[in-house]
Ligand binder design. Structure first.
Ligand code: IP8
Length: 266
């Protein structure tokens, strides 16, 4: 049984899928990341992945985030969860064949939100898996909501919640840019990378951050950072790295020096 504090790793949907495509998984990238995770041999690891071109277009098409308004959306809820299980299946396939004892935990079966915020997380089984040395794998999902009927739960909210609840030592966020910039680096050539930020600095620059990627129902880099703030407040450092580039996630997991953004409380 492991006693070390867990590390929570988030892999962005824009890394493992092609957001311009439809249900377009990047299997070579998924395999490379599995290799890096396997090589790092982190003892107590929780993995969370995003929705990319699987969850987001389907959730958007049926207005799942806004909640249940008409019967026909129920099929959309089922479809959104289903396409997430398809992407998760590809991730699981790769992790397990890379000899990682990964076990899939569906948020739709253990989380209930209230107005989009996690209200209840039945995490007893997840904790048992973790204690036994398994690597639980969760993902952004369609979940039941006490006020809205149902909604979309982002992987980022899950990451922060799990890290705080399980007193994680660190959060590693794998995105498709080199870290956190003062402007969207895909749109602005002069965008500057923040390498180290304190919580106070992060709060100050929050309004500068990219508010959304058009295809994302859960709010782009700003949404990501806002979710992470409570975890940093609790003293859990966050490292944001480019998971689309080889070895960045590996180095972050190994605590090696790596290009990216480190956010710490002070
Ligand atoms: O990509 C959203 O998860 P995220 C998942 O982590 C769905 O925001 C179902 C759109």
């Amino acid at each position: 049984m492991s006693e070390t504090k867990p590390i929570v790793l988030k892999i962005g949907g824009s890394v493992i899928t092609d957001k311009d495509g439809e249900l377009a998984a990047r299997t070579a990238v998924i395999n490379r990341l599995s290799e890096e995770i396997q090589k790092a041999r982190v003892e107590n690891l929780i993995i969370v992945h995003g929705g990319g071109s699987f969850g987001h277009p389907t959730a958007k098409k049926y207005g799942i985030k806004e909640g249940l308004r008409e019967e026909s959306q129920k099929l959309g809820f089922a479809e959104t969860h289903h396409v997430m299980t398809v992407l998760n299946g590809l991730v699981m396939d790769s992790l397990v064949w890379h000899n990682i004892p990964a076990i899939s935990v569906a948020p739709s079966c253990c989380v209930v939100t209230e107005n989009g915020r996690i209200k209840c997380f039945n995490d007893a089984i997840l904790k048992s898996y973790l204690r036994m040395g398994f690597a639980p794998v969760l993902y952004g999902d369609a979940v039941l909501d006490e006020k809205l009927g149902f909604t979309v739960l982002s992987g980022d909210q899950l990451v922060a919640h799990l890290a705080m609840k399980l007193a994680a030592s660190r959060i590693v966020i794998g995105v498709d840019t080199d870290g956190l910039y003062d402007a969207d680096p895909k749109l602005s050539k002069n965008a500057q990378l923040y390498t180290n930020l304190t919580l106070a600095e992060l709060k100050k620059i929050q309004d500068k951050l990219d508010k959304s990627t058009a295809s994302d129902v859960t709010g782009g880099m700003l949404g990501k950072v806002s979710e992470l703030i409570p975890a940093v407040e609790q003293g859990i450092p966050v490292t944001i790295v480019n998971a689309a580039k080889a070895n960045r996630v590996y180095k972050a997991l190994m605590r090696e020096a790596v290009e990216g953004t480190i956010i710490e409380k002070e």
